[in-house]
Design a protein. Structure first.
Length: 201
């Protein structure tokens, strides 16, 4: 999403928080959807996949999105209607700007809803899975992720083939998938890890 060449800066140690917008509840969701395909560990630019990595860049990020330099789209937003429009919406820009101006707070970690499947995972509580992110898959990995429900039915989730980490991004299901206690999520073969992105309770 953000190139920000030449822009550097660290956040003040004790900055006054004047916004209710937080990383965990709003900003991380925008970044995962719009930014982390480029901005991840070992990606083409600096990492925006965690609060600790993104926070020092809050002010620079705000400037880039307000000027609509990032994410790069190359056309005027709203002039024409495109299926692949990667530009931020006015609402997304306002959220990011308010977050940065208000001290860029982290928020409640309980709202950063995710589960890591490290080979396999048996659910101890019901969940609604809206998507997934293969941030723990190694270069060249081929693996399927499936969900085995307690009644014996199997839900195919995704099949990665010769995975390339440089193209890391989040995958969102058309409709959230609901799984009950006892559902077993596993990878075939069990290699690396995948993060499940959950809806809020």
């Amino acid at each position: 999403m953000l190139l920000l060449a030449g822009l550097e800066g660290a956040a003040p140690a004790h900055e006054l928080i004047t916004t209710k917008i937080t990383w965990t509840r709003e900003v991380s969701r925008i970044f995962f959807r719009r930014c982390t395909s480029c901005h991840h560990q070992d990606g083409s630019s600096f990492d925006l996949s965690t609060y600790e990595k993104a926070r020092p860049w809050a002010e620079a990020i705000k400037e880039e999105v307000l000027e609509r330099r990032m994410p790069p789209w190359g056309a005027v937003k709203g002039f024409g209607d495109f299926h692949s429009d990667g530009a931020l919406s006015e609402t997304e820009i306002a959220i990011i700007s308010s977050w940065a101006e208000g001290g860029a707070p982290k928020g409640d970690l309980a709202l950063l809803r995710s589960l890591v499947v490290n080979g396999h995972l048996t659910l101890k509580s019901p969940v609604s899975v809206k998507g997934l992110r293969p941030d723990g898959l190694p270069e060249g990995a081929t693996s399927r992720l499936i969900a085995e429900r307690p009644d014996g039915t199997v839900e195919p989730l995704i099949w990665f083939y010769k995975y390339a980490p440089r193209f890391l991004h989040s995958y969102y299901f058309k409709t959230a998938l609901k799984f009950s206690v006892g559902t077993r999520i596993r990878m075939q073969p069990e290699i690396g890890s995948v993060t499940l992105l959950l809806n809020q309770r």
